[in-house]
Structure formats: structure tokens, C-alpha cells
Design a protein around this ligand. Structure first.
Ligand code: NAG
Ligand code: NAG
Ligand code: NAG
Ligand code: NAG
Length: 674
């Protein structure tokens, strides 16, 4: 039946024995014969002479990855279903939290989709019926694995489908996870900055070796196996990245020197846009590919599927890349090679080999291009300003800024060049809006037209103009509008929690426990920022947090911005542009010149991005344009704006500011010009 049956039974001999004695001769023999697929006992084995991948049949969990004489790169001490797997977190509808049931996606049917010397593609699928109601996520899921000839790694993707009529549900997370051999993999890399290093062991997190900090994910290593980790904090959230930077991450084994990398060649199937933050790799050794999650967004990022909804989405493919150096001593060699491989995968996108018709090929996709400029008369009176480095994207039709909470479909983003020119290629056919935001300017751009991408289309939008919110000249400003709080004062951590590899920019905000530093720096009096004297890099704490006055009792805090106004037009209106980089269960109140009066503005109870606890420097972006009647301001004297964060149940409530600006009345400038 199978043309390679004899050969494969020989293969199975060394596959399932414990020793590692694949010789070079055998390896090249396999390479010469292209990609092989075999069914051995309850396994499906794909092999191309470089890498050999074993999958449970029909579950489709990855049980073994053999490479460079290492019998299995995965953790053999783990159950075979818990080494390399797809899983979801889901719950019945209406869950207001971000937790649910973790369900491993277990295939019930295995099908060979393609089997040639150049490519093997295997499907492991499951469906759903009403007998599974409440027990299993109501999705049809088809997991695919692809091995190509000559490829040092393999691809995986999945098609998720909810059929109209199946129950509603919430999907809190979708991901692929790998648990690597803890004996082999000790060095982790996910960024060019200092976040690549030897890592503690999973055992170091055991209760007798560590102390749990304010939440279970964060522990202080008190008695790690290797003394060099003693006193460090371990927390997977210190290793997050924004999606735009989350192309490659993984682990390195030093002997033999082998790298295991997750490469995500496109963000189209991820959610929340280019600056959504996600987990990467962490102690385990664990490496994740997160397709969706509530991280740094909260319940708004939970995918909510309605009973009457037909929903289908292709997640991936992602590439699991393996590399090695024969005489390597520097792990950077492998990291740099992995980054290079990532750029190769990005250039190959969209791949031409996935066999599912649900994955659109390059020919089925379209292109959009154009130029974005900014019109802000108070910065440049007569000419447009180039939208230098603008983020421009196509996302499903919605309100201004809706892309940051969009979870169900596909998004396509790029960064404009210095002159604001942009091109987005390979957009899946469908209807979109064009959205953008420009570092240096507040607010969000949305083009009103519905853009219909059809196969092969190349749409030129020509000149687009973004007019950011502006009602008058700048009287003063604090910070730089870029949707993060990174430019503000980020304190040193408590020495007890300081992780050396995070002491430098750009990672200083990732230290554990910075929220407690506010009360230490401002033990009695809250922050006062004086326009003209204070410097936001030094005098504006990066997060507006609460002050713990007794264990578990938190006091609301009020920050004051003091500023002098020479002349106030009492019958005119001033505008406070208040941009937040994050909000977590906060109620931000604004009072003008009198703290005891009813606030002029209340944000209401907003946000659940948890960026303070998760060492983020932003979550969702919020912009409030608050009108201040001139009659509330003092002419020729010092004015105060009081910002109170009034929700005070837990340590992690608070906001981060992105940028604050006070604008004078339009008439003041008109009068000046005329
Ligand atoms: C491995 O996990 C599967 C699925 O959760 C379970 O049915 C099985 O009993 C486990 N096997 C072992 C050896 O723990
Ligand atoms: C810590 O606890 C684990 C499991 O509870 C146990 O196996 C181990 O021996 C303990 N280690 C030490 C150093 O006490
Ligand atoms: C906490 O918030 C409540 C409700 O807003 C308020 O009444 C109380 O004074 C606050 N407590 C502190 C210590 O700030
Ligand atoms: C004050 O504001 C009012 C209302 O906008 C305007 O009509 C008037 O000209 C302004 N006065 C001055 C001196 O700018």
C-alpha cells in the first residue's frame, strides 16, 4: 500500500527507541528521497532527512521532533499530548472575566492532504455536535501540519469554524504551545535587547524554591537550582512583545548547539492590531504562538461568537524553525540566523503551499497604496505635514479606532515611510476600512470609504489627509503622543525585585513591582507637575497608581498640573486633550481649580488591560477631549488641573497617560493672526 513501507519500518526502529543513533549516512539517504510520510502504530511520522516530526494519530498532538541527532527536542517527561499542541481557552457566553476552560484541541480524524516528495500535508480534525454541549468548545477545527523538502522545520496552521446554530461561546485564547526538553534548552531569546539569556528552571518556581509575589505568575527565586538566579523575579509577562516585533522567539540548546524557533510570518491572523502585546517564550522551557488572547486588553479582546454566527478563520501557518551550528559557542549566531529565516518567511508570505482552500493564495489577494498627510494648522499653518512613520492598516469596517478591539477577522498593517507613503500587499479579499495613527499626533484616522478588496486589485488611495483633534493653539503639553507612557519617569525597581537584564532602556518598565514605587517616592503628597518648571521625563511618574496605606487598603491619588495663564477669555472654551496609554478598572476625574467641586469630567469606570500588573507600558488607547469653560480658569494667575484616579479596590487599578495638552480658544489665535 505504502511505497516506502520497508524503509519506514526501519525508520520506526530508531524513532521509537530511546537512544539517538541516526547516522549521517541515514540522514542523507532520507534527504535524497524527499519528504516521507508514514503511519507507525498510533503515530504519523513526517520526515525529510533534516527533521522528523511525530504526531499522535488521530489526535494530532506533536509527540516528537528529531533533529541533529537529538532524539526529541520536546519534553519526553511530559505526557505525549502535552509536548506540542493547539489549545483554546473558552467559556459559556457572557463571561465578564478573561478566564475559562483550557481545552486541548484533540483531533478525531486524520487525513493525508498531500503527499509528494516535495511536500507532505496532514490534517487532524475534529467536529462538534450537541452531545458535546458544555463539554467541548463548539468549533470545527482542522489542524494542519506541513513538511517541505529541504526545510529545516515544519509549518502548522488551523481552520476554526463555528456553524450558525451551534451555541454561543466566548473564546479567551487560541494558541500553539511547545514544551521543550528541559535538559537541553536553557537559553531563551526573543529580542535584540537584553532579553536573551540563560533562564531559570521550571523547578525553581516550586513553592519550596520560590516565593509567590502579588500574583501567581510572578515569583521571587529564593533557592533556585543554579545559584546565579537567586534573588531574581521570574514572570512570563516580562517577556512580552508587541505583535509588530513578535516575529521570532525561542530557545537554544548549547550542546549540541541547536535552536528551536517559532516564526510568525504575518500578523494578519492575530487580533488587536500591530501594538497588541503578547506572550512569547518563558520558563518551562515553553514557547507559545498566541493567535488571540485577553492579554493587555481584557474582556474586550475575548472573541464572542453568537449562536447565529457563521465564523471561519485560518490561524497561521506559523513556521517551527530549527537551526544549528557545528562549532558554535555564541548563541547569537543562532538568534541572528533565526531572524534571517524570519525575513525569508516574511518574503515568502503568503505561502504558496498550504493546501486548504481557506488559505488565500497571493493571486486571490489585493493591494492598497497611498499617501497619508496630516493637517494641523497649529503646527504648520499652511502646508500639510508628512505622516512620517504612520501606522496604516486595513481592518474590518467599524468605528474610528475599532481595530484595537477587533478579534474575529483579519487585519493588515504597515508603517508609512518618512513622506507618509504606504503600500499594503497581500490583503485577503473582503471589505475593510482604512485606519491609521501617526506618532506625534493624537487620535485615530479612519477613511470613510468601505474598501472592497478583490483578487488582484491594486487600489491607489492617492492623498489622504488626517486632521487630528484640535480646537486651538497649544498652551502647554506633557509627553509625546505615541500611545505609550515610555517617555515618562520610570523608577528603578526595589533592589529586592531588580532583574539585571531589565535595568537598561528599553526594558526598564518591565521590572516587577514598579507600582509600589509611587508611594515610596510620594509618601504623603501626590505628584505635582508645574508647567514651565517640571520635566516630564523626570517628574511625571509613568503610571497613575494608588497608594497603599495599610495592607490591602488603597488610597485614591490626585495629581496636580499647575500652569499660569496670562489672559483668560471667560466667555470662551479651552480644551484639555487627555490621551491615555492604558486604563485598568479606573475612574479618572478631572477638576479645575477646586478639588471639592463636582468634577468637570469623569471617564466612568473604564479599562481592564491590566498593563500595570503585567509590566506593560500601554494597553488600549483612549482619547478624551474635555471642554473647560474659560469662566473656571484664573486670568493672570496660577491654575490647577486635578487628575484623580478614584477606583481604589486593588493595587493594579490605575491609568497611564500617553499625552496631555491644553488648547486655548480658537479665537485667541484668530485674533493674533488678524
Ligand atoms: C495523557 O493525557 C491524556 C489526555 O489528557 C490522558 O487521557 C492520559 O491518561 C494521559 N496519559 C498519561 C500517561 O498520563
Ligand atoms: C520541593 O518540592 C518538590 C515537590 O513538591 C520535591 O519533589 C522536591 O524534592 C523539593 N525540593 C527541595 C529542595 O526541597
Ligand atoms: C476609596 O474609594 C471609595 C469610593 O470611591 C471612597 O469613598 C474612599 O474614600 C476611598 N478610600 C481611600 C482611602 O481613598
Ligand atoms: C472671547 O470669546 C468670545 C466667544 O468665543 C469671542 O466672541 C470673543 O471675541 C473673545 N474675546 C477675545 C478678546 O478674544
Amino acid at each position: 500500500m505504502h511505497p516506502h513501507l520497508f524503509f519506514l519500518s526501519a525508520l520506526s526502529f530508531y524513532l521509537f527507541s530511546t537512544g539517538s543513533y541516526v547516522t549521517r549516512a541515514q540522514t542523507s539517504l532520507i534527504a535524497d528521497t524527499g519528504v516521507k510520510l508514514s503511519f507507525i502504530q498510533k503515530y504519523v511520522v513526517m520526515s525529510n532527512g533534516i527533521v522528523q516530526v511525530s504526531l499522535q494519530n488521530p489526535e494530532g498532538h506533536i509527540t516528537g521532533i528529531q533533529y541533529k541527532g537529538i532524539d526529541n527536542l520536546l519534553e519526553v517527561r511530559k505526557n505525549e499530548s502535552s509536548r506540542g499542541y493547539w489549545d483554546v481557552v473558552w467559556s459559556p457566553p457572557g463571561n465578564t472575566r478573561t478566564e475559562g476552560t483550557l481545552e486541548s484541541i484533540t483531533g478525531t480524524s486524520c487525513k493525508v492532504i498531500k503527499e509528494t516528495q516535495d511536500q507532505v500535508e496532514v490534517s487532524f480534525s475534529r467536529t462538534w455536535d450537541f452531545s458535546l454541549k458544555g463539554k467541548s468548545v463548539p468549533l470545527r477545527i482542522d489542524k494542519r501540519y506541513i513538511l517541505l523538502r529541504g526545510s529545516s522545520g515544519f509549518y502548522t496552521y488551523a481552520i476554526f469554524e463555528h456553524v450558525n446554530g451551534w451555541p454561543s461561546f466566548d473564546l479567551e485564547a487560541t494558541r500553539v504551545a511547545f514544551k521543550l526538553s528541559s535538559e537541553k534548552f536553557h537559553y531563551m531569546a526573543m529580542s535584540d535587547d537584553d532579553r536573551q539569556r540563560d533562564m531559570p528552571l521550571l523547578d525553581d518556581r516550586l513553592p519550596n524554591r520560590s516565593q509567590t509575589l502579588d500574583y501567581p505568575e510572578a515569583v521571587l527565586l529564593v533557592d533556585p537550582v543554579e545559584a546565579k538566579f537567586k534573588g531574581q523575579v521570574d514572570d512570563k509577562y516580562q517577556f512580552t512583545l508587541e505583535l509588530k516585533d513578535l516575529g521570532v522567539h525561542g530557545w537554544i540548546c548549547m550542546d549540541p548547539m541547536v535552536g528551536f524557533w517559532q516564526i510568525t510570518p504575518s500578523n494578519e491572523f492575530r487580533v488587536g492590531g500591530p501594538i497588541k502585546q503578547e506572550l512569547t517564550s518563558h520558563v518551562g522551557p515553553t514557547t507559545l504562538s498566541m493567535f488571540s488572547s485577553a492579554h493587555y486588553g481584557g474582556n474586550d479582546m475575548v472573541i464572542k461568537i453568537d449562536q447565529g454566527e457563521s465564523w471561519k478563520k485560518v490561524l497561521g501557518p506559523i513556521f517551527i524553525y530549527l537551526n544549528s551550528v557545528s562549532d558554535g559557542i555564541n548563541p547569537n549566531t543562532l538568534w541572528n540566523d533565526a531572524k534571517h529565516q524570519m525575513s525569508i518567511e516574511v518574503d515568502r508570505w503568503p505561502y504558496d503551499f498550504p493546501a486548504s482552500a481557506d488559505f488565500q493564495s497571493a493571486r486571490q489577494r489585493g493591494t492598497i497604496r497611498g499617501r497619508l498627510r496630516v493637517q494641523d494648522r497649529f503646527i504648520s499653518s499652511y502646508s500639510y505635514i508628512s505622516a512620517d512613520g504612520a501606522y496604516v492598516g486595513l481592518a474590518p469596517p467599524g468605528d474610528v479606532g475599532s481595530w484595537q478591539r477587533e478579534t474575529k477577522k483579519y487585519q493588515f498593517w504597515t508603517k508609512a515611510n518618512k513622506e507618509g507613503y504606504f503600500t499594503i500587499k497581500n490583503i485577503i479579499a473582503g471589505e475593510y476600512n482604512l485606519y491609521a495613527w501617526v506618532p506625534g499626533f493624537i487620535g485615530d484616522y479612519k477613511n470613510p470609504k468601505i474598501i472592497n478588496i478583490t483578487p488582484g486589485v491594486d487600489i491607489n488611495m492617492d492623498d489622504l489627509v488626517y486632521e487630528p483633534p484640535r480646537s486651538g493653539p497649544t498652551l502647554w503639553e506633557i509627553g509625546f503622543p505615541d500611545r505609550t507612557a515610555a517617555e515618562f519617569y520610570i523608577p528603578d525597581p526595589k533592589p529586592k525585585y531588580a532583574n539585571k537584564f531589565l535595568l537598561q532602556a528599553p526594558n526598564r518598565f518591565r521590572q516587577y513591582g514598579l507600582w509600589e514605587r509611587y508611594a515610596e517616592l510620594y509618601p504623603h503628597q501626590d505628584l505635582v507637575y508645574t508647567i514651565g518648571e517640571s520635566n516630564y521625563k523626570k517628574d511625571f511618574f509613568f503610571a497613575h497608581v494608588l497608594r497603599e496605606i495599610r495592607k490591602g487598603i488603597y488610597k485614591r491619588t490626585t495629581w496636580t498640573i499647575k500652569f499660569h495663564l496670562n489672559r483668560v477669555n471667560e466667555s470662551d472654551t479651552y480644551m484639555l486633550q487627555l490621551a491615555l496609554a492604558s486604563a485598568h478598572q479606573s475612574d479618572l476625574l478631572v477638576c479645575i481649580n477646586d478639588q471639592n467641586k463636582d468634577p468637570l469630567f469623569s471617564s466612568g469606570f473604564i479599562g481592564a488591560d491590566n498593563a500595570i500588573a503585567r509590566h506593560g507600558i500601554h494597553g488600549f488607547y483612549w482619547l478624551f477631549s474635555i471642554r473647560i469653560p474659560g469662566s473656571q480658569l484664573y486670568s493672570g494667575g496660577v491654575n490647577s488641573i486635578y487628575l484623580t484616579q478614584a477606583s481604589n479596590r486593588t493595587h493594579f487599578q490605575g491609568v497611564m497617560y500617553d499625552y496631555i495638552r491644553l488648547e486655548g480658544p480658537w479665537t485667541s489665535i484668530v485674533n493674533k493672526i488678524s
